[in-house]
Design a protein around this ligand. Structure first.
Ligand code: MRU
Length: 351
């Protein structure tokens, strides 16, 4: 049985959003119930739920929870929608970079605005749509996985950064979806996982889910990728994305840009795996992508213990932008997009 074949990372159950608490992995695998829009804001902000597609579903559930809260207190539909708009802004401000959050929250808000019926009836519509989006996410990831698997050579070693796996989505994963589909065809493939400081999503989460699935994984620290590329030990890089601009520039976890530069120098193909919901066609280039600045303590401490001199200056951007010229292809549910991305991205949305 493969990892998460039964459990979804995030799922609507009995009027709550049930999710894996990712801050506890790999020590504990525990589900938590999020019961209000405020709790959802905190769950996204503190990274109980993380990974662009999973955050998107959290946003959709957050809107359903917000609708439940305001439906009972609203005299009519216009008051209900007005309050829901405020919750939409609030939920979208929990994390700024992953556009899936904005996409999912706006999708729920638009649905509420155009739906007929009482606030209570609209609550039902938003809940059902949230559940539909969960299932869609898994279907999309399987398509990404199957398109991506066609790019993986026999016995290849794939380097990945951060966690773009089942735990970053509702299930299956994007970059790790490619790994899962490739492994189903060829069990001789291997993964190198970057540790991914400061939050160590690679060490904590990617190794956890690949080990669960019996997929060979070797953990390396972030600075080691060039060394292994130079030795000819990496055949391709596949990473996820938090936001892709209309020209293909891609924001992903801090450190991705450095991996892409090393890959270019060593002629290692560098792929992004992401659903179309991660592409923000409203922005023309990566310079317009808002980069989240996170707590300094993520850098100065590991597992609650300080690892540096007290009072040292720290900067902690959560993401960086890889320019499109470093990207070999973008693996989506509509197929693999190639440069020039402004054209291929446009076409992907048309068909
Ligand atoms: O800060 P995180 O853990 O939410 O960042 C996650 C990433 O950068 C992932 O690579 C990205 O969201 C893609 S997940 C399929």
């Amino acid at each position: 049985m493969s990892f998460q074949s039964k459990i979804k990372t995030i799922e609507w159950v009995n009027n709550v959003s049930r999710m894996v608490d990712q801050t506890l992995i790999p020590y504990e695998y525990k589900m938590v119930d999020i019961k209000s829009a405020d709790e959802m804001f905190d769950a996204i902000r503190t990274m109980i739920v993380r990974g662009a597609p999973a955050i998107g579903i959290a946003g959709a559930h957050g809107m359903a929870l917000a609708a439940m809260e305001v439906a009972s207190k609203s005299a009519d539909k216009s008051e209900f929608i007005e309050k829901l708009q405020k919750y939409a802004q609030y939920l979208k401000s929990s994390r700024p970079t992953a556009v899936n959050l904005m996409w999912a929250v706006d999708r729920q808000l638009e649905l509420a605005q155009k739906s007929q019926g009482t606030p209570e009836q609209i609550v039902r519509i938003l809940i059902e749509n949230g559940i539909r989006m969960e299932n869609e996410d898994i279907e999309i990831n399987k398509k990404i996985g199957d398109y991506g698997a066609q790019l993986v050579k026999k016995g290849a070693t794939i380097l990945t950064h951060c966690n773009a796996g089942a735990l970053a989505t509702v299930g299956y994963g994007t970059a790790l979806g490619v790994v899962r589909s490739a492994f189903a065809n060829d069990s001789s493939i291997k993964v190198f996982a970057d540790e991914t400081r400061p939050r160590q999503q690679g060490a904590r989460i990617t190794t956890f889910e690949l080990k669960m699935d019996g997929i060979p994984v070797t953990l390396i620290t972030d600075g080691m990728c060039g060394y292994f590329m130079n030795k000819g030990m990496i055949d391709m890089v596949v990473v996820g994305a938090d936001r892709i601009a209309a020209n293909g520039d891609t924001a992903n976890k801090i450190g991705t840009y450095t991996v892409a530069i090393a890959a270019k120098y060593h002629n290692v193909p560098f792929y992004i795996a992401a659903p179309l919901s991660t592409i923000d066609t409203n922005i023309q280039s990566g310079s317009e992508i808002p980069i989240e600045e996170r707590d300094k303590e993520e850098v100065t401490h590991i597992n609650g213990k300080r690892i540096c001199a007290e009072g040292v200056d720290v900067i902690n951007p959560g993401f960086d932008v890889t320019p499109n010229e470093l990207i070999t292809g973008i693996i989506t549910e509509k197929g693999v997009l190639y440069p020039p991305y402004s054209e291929s991205i446009k076409k992907a949305f048309e068909c």
